[in-house]
Design a binder for this molecule. Sequence first.
Ligand SMILES: NC(=O)c1ccc[n+]([C@@H]2O[C@H](COP(=O)([O-])OP(=O)(O)OC[C@H]3O[C@@H](n4cnc5c(N)ncnc54)[C@H](O)[C@@H]3O)[C@@H](O)[C@H]2O)c1
Ligand SMILES: O=C(O)C(=O)C[C@@H](O)[C@H](O)[C@H](O)COP(=O)(O)O
Ligand SMILES: [Zn+2]
Length: 360
Amino acid sequence: MRTLNVALGERSYPIHIGPSLLERADLILPHLKTRRVAIVTNDVVGPLYLARLQQALQSQGVDVASVVLPDGEANKDWPTLNLIFDALLGGRCERSTTLIALGGGVVGDMGGFAAACYQRGMPFIQIPTTLLAQVDSSVGGKTAINHPLGKNMIGAFYQPKLVLADTGVLDTLPPRELAAGVAEVIKYGLIRDLPFLEWLEANLDALLVRDPEALAFAIERSCANKAEVVVADETEQGERALLNLGHTFGHAIETGMGYGQWLHGEAVAAGTMMAAELSRRLGWLTDADVVRAETLFLRAGLPVHGPVLGVERYLELMSHDKKVEAGRLRLVLLRELGRALMWGEASEGDISAAIEARCR
Ligand SMILES: NC(=O)c1ccc[n+]([C@@H]2O[C@H](COP(=O)([O-])OP(=O)(O)OC[C@H]3O[C@@H](n4cnc5c(N)ncnc54)[C@H](O)[C@@H]3O)[C@@H](O)[C@H]2O)c1
Ligand SMILES: O=C(O)C(=O)C[C@@H](O)[C@H](O)[C@H](O)COP(=O)(O)O
Ligand SMILES: [Zn+2]
């Protein structure tokens, strides 16, 4: 097992990464306030893993309630969030009960948001079951639901008490979902970790066939990168926004296509290529740099072009981005491979041209 620490003072928490952690109630117990938990999962992950976690906890005398949500990004919304509150209230959960989110990023984001709101805040634990959730969404405390006008528009910063990433559960993850997680892994290399990007170029095939060592290394390195950024800028006043590479374009794709049509990681891959193309137009990336990024995404089976929504529609959707300040679009771009920056000076013409060049 590998362990990292997210050092946020009294809100610090460990991230444990390794096989067979679902059964490790001993890792969970020290983080419970009382011996009561409410597990939030969905109708895909629940049948696979809920019983294992439930039994491990019950065998240690923990009282376990659970709620099984309908699967999918299209359900990351108010009505589904309310199902969590209904279950918490119906089950007489207390403020001291710990909510455990068992699932991918959708369950983690919604479970975390419910925990932030329920009785104004109950403790919560992330047990991420997708690669994307293990490398990104379970760490850092961004929680949210979507709105028809934009991704993650209603939410809160709310840190978990513990992240338990059982790498064994990735065995059942569909290949398309694994690839979506790889998009966020590549992101860390592009924004701040060139040696990791080089490692990915050498080891991507091992990662895609789920070699346990490659997976554990990629998860640990991704979480280490994310934890460093979160510790430096927990509520995204500055540096944390760099974790948004490709997301302004990507969120426009997800919202514009209808939530769930494009996976988040797929939209991030195509969006990152739009950001790379704009960076090339600004003279920061070379043609060869763009090809390097594109090659990695293509090898992972990820899209490197967005859908044809029309440039005007992209710009309209992007105008809702959370990084917009005083009406000005600010984008995360690449000054070079391994170094991202926030840029608010790109002209609409250049942004439009980059989108156009990367739509198909
Ligand atoms: N909070 C953050 O910092 C952050 C970061 C990145 C992404 N996100 C959010 O995360 C979401 C995407 O997360 P995701 O890619 O995990 O999608 P997801 O949660 O929809 O999971 C993908 C699919 O895999 C299924 N699944 C999960 N674990 C499985 C397993 N072990 N075996 C088989 N199937 C399994 C799910 O039920 C779902 O059908 C988006 O809503 C995105 O906005 C949040
Ligand atoms: O943790 C962050 O900060 C990120 O930006 C991680 C992203 O991968 C993630 O998709 C996040 O939810 C996007 O944030 P948002 O603030 O643009 O919704
Ligand atoms: Zn993301």
